[in-house]
Design a protein around this ligand. Structure first.
Ligand code: AMP
Length: 152
């Protein structure tokens, strides 16, 4: 990567690459697991953020968490889905970043997570930063660089 491209990447913040909150599928704390599973299956995502009524980030819910929770001895006990709330089983201890964090710092966090939530200093949800958005951007820079090299 050229020095200019390198500087461009270093100058990026989470804000430049994140998916804004209004485009992110989410569920609420008191939604039943049945609703959460519907959102996850219909959207095709493996996990989505959990927000409270004031749009504050409170956790993450995933297909794996839900299915593990209703796994009986020999079958999935689907009849339990309407009676359990998302807040009872969600993952509460989740990392989050702020919009103004340099992209290079957030990059380290998506090594261990497919996406990282973005929230302001009061915990209000702003969006998510996904591995896909990061890879797309790095791929673009890489090919722009190759094109430049060919012309020189
Ligand atoms: P990706 O890097 O695009 O494959 O996304 C990784 C994960 O981020 C997905 O499996 C979802 O859990 C989450 N994700 C991506 N886009 C969205 C979205 N628009 N709404 C909710 N979750 C998303």
């Amino acid at each position: 990567m050229s020095l200019i491209q390198d500087q461009q990447i270093k100058g990026l913040t989470v804000r430049d690459l994140m998916i804004p909150g209004e485009k992110v599928a989410h569920v609420q704390l008191n939604n039943p697991l049945e609703h959460a599973l519907l959102v996850l299956v219909k959207s095709g995502y493996s996990a989505v953020p959990v927000l409270d009524t004031s749009y504050k980030l409170t956790g993450l819910i995933s297909k794996t968490l839900i299915l593990n929770h209703i796994l009986g001895l020999e079958r999935f006990e689907m009849e339990r889905l309407p009676n359990i709330e998302v807040q009872e089983i969600m993952e509460k201890d989740i990392p989050s970043v702020t919009e103004d964090l340099p992209f290079m710092d957030a990059l380290k966090m998506v090594i261990d997570h497919p996406f990282v939530c973005v929230a302001d200093k009061d915990g209000i949800f702003d969006g998510i930063l996904t591995r896909r958005a990061i890879l797309k951007r790095l791929n673009r820079n890489f090919y722009e660089d190759r094109q430049k090299e060919k012309k020189e």
